[in-house]
Design a protein around this ligand. Structure first.
Ligand code: KG4
Ligand code: ZN
Length: 338
């Protein structure tokens, strides 16, 4: 192999301040994540202005910690990767400004990374032999995509949500049930004790041949169920509502992913994004994958949710394809994958 490439990566798109050092895009030397969840929880969601301020406070400390843990100095860094979008504009600006300063001072290449591409690349870190092509289901707080990954950094968008993202639906239903933020992990945990067949919530498949998703009808159905039960004075069994809702989401996610993998004849489905941590989704996907002879891959929990290592991996693969930014790089809060 040619000379090793050491990447310093920064992620500040939402409420995690993170910096990572990687060797050759797959080997993580450090991945420091400072979560602000405890601060935002009392507001029931992320407060953008607070997030930006906390990123500013933490950024330099986190960068130094990442270097220290990797036993490196700035002189060892070959390329700098940073999330440029999608995300909160003020939060993204903190990461981009820091990354630009480092790239300028070291006179090293800067690579602006799409956060969603980062989530996909988390799988290259977790699964050292994983290579495209494969079918990929991206399920995060803001995005739900079904993608055919043709090559490193080459994507074909096959389906997407027409309204709420999967993670967003988890968070909104959790809020309606009076559960804490972020709702996904709480619903996941409660679902293990609840009955997924207790309430027949709708599975929305859209047109027969569609790979798109829609979760807002399901969200409304849960809301209506809760309101009607309250009006009638009936007991709401929270764990059953959680389990039935989760099952309705994952049934559709898994069905469409398997259908695409069969259509494209890929022998792998890769799951990415925060909702890839969902136990029910992992289990159902694994079960259906086994029946269809399709291998199911997903990152470990730490790499599922926001972290800079995944951004470093994406930066490396972009760099290898000469997709490099310059110091005019700007934030792109609504950036699409393709
Ligand atoms: O990918 P991510 O960390 O941030 C975005 O880029 O959006 O995803 C966060 C989302 C939140 O909506 C959170 O509720 C959801 O991922 N999430 C989960 C689980 N862990 C995190 N949803 C379902 N089950 C989980 N175990
Ligand atoms: Zn994310």
């Amino acid at each position: 192999m040619d000379k090793d490439i050491v990447t310093l990566a920064i992620e500040t798109s939402c409420d995690e301040t993170s910096c990572a050092i990687l060797r050759n895009g797959r080997e993580v030397l450090s991945n420091i994540i400072s979560s602000q969840i405890d601060i935002h929880r009392k507001f029931g969601g992320v407060v953008p202005e607070v997030a930006s301020r906390k990123h500013i406070e933490n950024m330099n400390l986190i960068i130094q910690e990442a270097l220290d843990e990797a036993k490196m100095t700035f002189d060892d860094i070959d390329i700098i990767g940073v999330t440029r979008g999608p995300g909160l504009v003020g939060a993204l600006l903190v990461g981009i400004s820091s990354a630009k300063a480092i790239a300028y001072a070291l006179d090293k290449p800067l690579i602006g990374v799409n956060h969603i591409e980062g989530h996909i690349c988390a799988n290259y870190i977790e699964h050292k032999d994983l290579e495209p092509p494969f079918t990929c289901l991206v399920v995060s707080g803001g995005h739900t995509y079904l993608i055919y990954v043709k090559d490193y950094t080459e994507y074909e968008m096959v389906g997407r949500t027409r309204d709420d993202a999967a993670g967003e639906a988890f968070d909104k239903v959790a809020r309606t049930l009076g559960l804490s933020y972020p709702g996904g992990p709480v619903i996941d945990k409660l679902s293990k004790e609840g009955n997924p067949d207790a309430i027949p919530f709708p599975r929305v498949y859209l047109e027969n041949d569609s790979y798109d998703f829609s979760f807002s009808g399901l969200k409304t159905a849960v809301l209506n169920y809760i309101n009607q039960a309250r009006q009638k004075g009936e007991e709401i069994v929270v764990k059953d509502v959680a389990a039935s809702f989760q099952q309705a989401v994952i049934d559709v996610l898994v069905d469409k992913s398997i259908r695409l993998a069969k259509e494209r004849k890929t022998d792998k489905i890769v799951i990415a994004g925060g909702v890839a941590a969902n136990q029910g989704l992992r289990e159902l996907m694994a079960q259906r994958g086994q029946e269809e002879n399709i291998k199911i891959l997903y990152p470990s929990n730490k790499l599922c949710t926001d972290n800079a290592a995944m951004i470093g991996s994406a930066a490396y693969f972009n760099y290898m394809k000469n997709k490099v930014s310059d110091l005019y790089l700007s934030v792109a809060p609504n950036l699409e994958l393709i």
